[in-house]
Write a protein that binds this ligand. Structure first.
Ligand SMILES: [Mg+2]
Length: 268
């Protein structure tokens, strides 16, 4: 706490709150850049948009903002810069997550009975659809599923996320059993396997995809059910990595969850 000068009147108010009838700014709406509604001279400043988009991304990454469809138009440039800008913030954040995951893995007492398991999501966790999204406003436009499947997913060319690949390799080294759990459909098994192998992944225990009976389920329910099945087969899920909160919530989530960054799209 800051020291007050002896002559400063004692008050119970915060020193920055004046007792005059100053209007309290409204809580801002992250979609509409209205941080300082009464102070019109600040309304249009680039800094406001910057602050807004950072707040928007914070909301996305903390599971505060949910069920959003596209990146707000005023934040497309911000997301582009986050993903591929010179500061490589996306790469830095991904590395932070992988490094923390590896530190946690290294600290574990492993049983050696072959039952220690790790669950990975696939897209934006092990491999990256960034090349596709870079051609589609970095999430600023609605993606047509058919277009995404035919022009991107079926080509099996998604590159590995290097940070996650490092974690994956360490887990194999330690004898973990690795389970891949994706929201991709069962008919996409071959292209998914081909893509994963091409990106340098191998030796997973199982790859789960949505079966026809999973079609109507939310990602949280579908993924929870599969993880429960893994546990019922005697495995201990020591960790769980995903870019969506629907990868990491529900039940049987694992001893620890690791959230990878993804400000480009939301999966319920
Ligand atoms: Mg994903």
């Amino acid at each position: 706490m800051a020291l007050r000068a002896a002559h400063t009147p004692i008050t119970h108010q915060h020193p920055h709150i004046h007792s005059t009838t100053r209007k309290i700014p409204k809580v801002f709406n992250v979609y509409q850049s209205t941080v300082h509604e009464e102070t019109s001279e600040l309304k249009q400043s680039p800094e406001d948009y910057q602050v807004n988009c950072e707040a928007w991304r914070f909301g996305v990454e903390t599971n505060t903002l949910r069920s959003w469809n596209v990146v707000p138009p005023e934040c497309v440039e911000y997301v582009k810069n986050y993903m591929i800008g010179s500061g490589s913030q996306y790469v830095r954040d991904s590395n932070m997550v992988a490094n923390e995951s590896i530190a946690y893995v290294n600290s574990l007492q492993l049983s050696g009975d072959g039952k220690d398991a790790w669950v990975f999501d696939v897209d934006e966790t092990l491999i990256s659809t960034l090349p596709y999204f870079a051609a589609h406003q970095f999430g600023g436009e609605v993606i047509a599923e058919d277009d995404f499947n035919v022009k991107w997913l079926d080509r099996a060319v998604a590159p590995a996320l290097p940070a996650s690949h490092k974690l994956y390799a360490r887990l194999l080294e330690l004898g973990f059993k690795i389970f891949l759990l994706t929201g991709r459909r069962h008919c996409q098994r071959n292209v998914t396997e081909r893509n994963l192998v091409r990106a340098g992944y191998h030796s997973w225990e199982a790859l789960f995809l949505r079966e026809p009976e999973d079609r109507a389920k939310s990602a949280v329910v579908y993924k929870s059910e599969r993880r429960l099945k893994i546990e019922q087969n005697g495995f201990r899920i020591r960790g769980n990595s995903g870019d969506q909160w629907s990868d990491l919530t529900g039940y049987s989530v694992g001893d620890r969850t690791f959230k990878l960054p993804n400000p480009m799209y939301y999966v319920a």
